[in-house]
Design a protein around this ligand. Structure first.
Ligand SMILES: [Zn+2]
Length: 302
């Protein structure tokens, strides 16, 4: 990204959090962890589940009486969420305006998908949701909605105030549900960075980065990649670039995406590079997409 990019303060704050030894956990996660809930519960982060479609839950708090989905946003600037169309407009101090997906619409859709996921396992639980703003200096204006928008510190109180019934699931069913949540979540699909931080796709500079000097835009030649700045060469500098693409944008990479991001002209070249990377291939010929899976240790606490 350009060094003056508006997302950099929140990225730096995230980096500072990680480096301060919080292990990359969300603010919300720290709050939930530090709170002694009296009821039986499970907490899952970055949960990728499949219902009628794949969906991703930032944080799931589940008990034998209900489930709560949290959609966590970490964005700087003044935000306005509109209902119709469902979108979020962000205005920066610099005056720059950008439009993004509505976190409220995203949350509503996730709640429905999770409800379906439970039904398909013959489980019926009330599913609640809340948007959590992890960036402390965020200003937000929202249309009249029932969806709560909270700072992390308010989440325990929010949970405590949820209507409580006697447990709807017995101990065995609940334990089984927790283990199903863990195991149905095999391939970790991290939230794309651009989505989490609402960075417009076009703000990301393309090109293979020189491992020697950091120059962006190495040139492809027969044997690999050549740096136009330091003259260094690399056989496999594209591997990092392709991995970066998946972390930044997520989803499936088409040949065209690869050519654009690596600044490669020939379809054949992009095909060869992609085929060398042990990616999951979906579709054939022109509709072919490649997927990268990120295997990571899952966290689960009960
Ligand atoms: Zn270089």
């Amino acid at each position: 990204m350009p060094s003056q990019h508006e997302a950099i303060p929140s990225l730096r704050s995230k980096q500072a959090t990680v480096q301060a030894g919080f292990g990359g956990e969300q603010e919300l996660d720290k709050v939930l962890e530090g709170y002694a809930f009296s009821m039986k519960h499970g907490i899952f982060n970055d949960l990728s589940l499949a219902s009628s479609t794949y969906f991703q839950v930032d944080t799931l708090f589940i008990t034998p009486s209900y489930a709560v989905l949290f959609e966590v946003k970490n964005i700087a600037g003044e935000l306005t969420v509109t209902q119709n169309p469902p979108q979020m407009i962000r205005v920066l101090d610099s005056g720059q305006v950008s439009g993004f997906k509505s976190p409220i619409a995203q949350l509503e859709s996730n709640c429905e998908l999770f409800q379906d996921w439970l039904y398909s396992r013959n489980i019926s639980l009330p599913v609640y949701g809340a948007v959590v703003l992890a960036y402390a200096r965020q200003r937000i204006e929202v249309f009249d909605t029932n969806t709560p928008i909270l700072f992390p510190s308010a989440v325990p109180t929010f949970i405590r105030k949820l209507p409580t019934t006697s447990p709807l699931l017995d101990d065995e069913t609940f334990a089984d549900l927790l283990s199903q949540l863990s195991s149905s979540h095999r391939d970790f699909i991290p939230s794309p960075i651009c989505e989490t931080y609402s960075i417009p796709r076009n703000d990301i500079r393309t090109g293979v980065i020189c491992p020697g000097c950091g120059f962006i835009g190495m040139e492809k030649y027969m044997g690999g990649w050549r740096c136009l700045a330091c003259g260094g060469t690399s056989r496999d500098a594209h591997k990092k670039a392709i991995r970066d693409w998946f972390l930044l944008f997520g989803g499936g990479m088409r040949n065209k995406d690869c050519r654009e991001f690596l600044r490669v002209d020939k379809q054949q070249t992009a095909h060869r590079l992609l085929a060398s990377m042990d990616l999951e291939v979906v579709g054939a010929k022109r509709n072919r997409s490649y997927y990268m899976s990120f295997h990571m240790e899952r966290k689960k606490r009960t």
